[in-house]
Design a protein around this ligand. Sequence first.
Ligand code: PGA
Length: 245
Amino acid sequence: MKQLIIANWKCNPKTKEEAEMLFDLVKKGLKDVTEAEIVICPPFVYLASLFGLALGAQNCFWEESGAYTGEISTPMIKDLGLEYVIVGHSERRKYFGESDETVNRKIRAVLKEGLTPILCVGETQQERDSGQAEEVLKRQITLAVEGVSADDLSKFALAYEPIWAIGTGNPCDQKEAGKMLLFIRKVLAEIYDSSVAENINILYGGSVNSKNSASYIKEAKFQGLLVGGASLKADEFVELVKSAA
Ligand code: PGA
């Protein structure tokens, strides 16, 4: 199975010219890489001008269309030819009031269009320190997949992104991340069954760089990576992918 490496550009870069430049450098750098599926998730406004690598959306709305100023729906994302949609990123939960319930609605909207959701879950430092990390993950996962069939779940990618590791330069070490990976599979096995849980792609995200990317794949046995900051520097991202793939 191919690894899934997702570049989450977040709200970067500031101009279309820079976006195209970064994209082209990444595309050139990765042209010989066949062991990994690379998905670039730029801001929506750049999606229509980038070609040659798979693209994904960073967010979506749950209704198909209507009077919802500022929103972008899953049929629109599908019409652009995209396959992946990040749902429930911790920054959306923290700054834009996204809840487990809205995450679930978005997941269902993504699946309805036949797209692949990349569901993000993870605990804060405080939750980890107070021994609640597993409980938080279990709640986030259980509520996110409410009403989702086992068949649909097999199309998922699920990203374990401890919030304290995101953008901090302080990644979760691969041993600990590996434990959380097993816990996530256990939760899914309880909700569905073990064969469903074994087959879902689980990614790691949080301060991934070219030095540590391989350890999450080769040692902790994740099926892919969700990369923020390091995906904004073409050389670093290319090296990160090559080292992991
Ligand atoms: P980071 O972000 O790689 O900058 O830590 C990861 C993410 O937010 O998905």
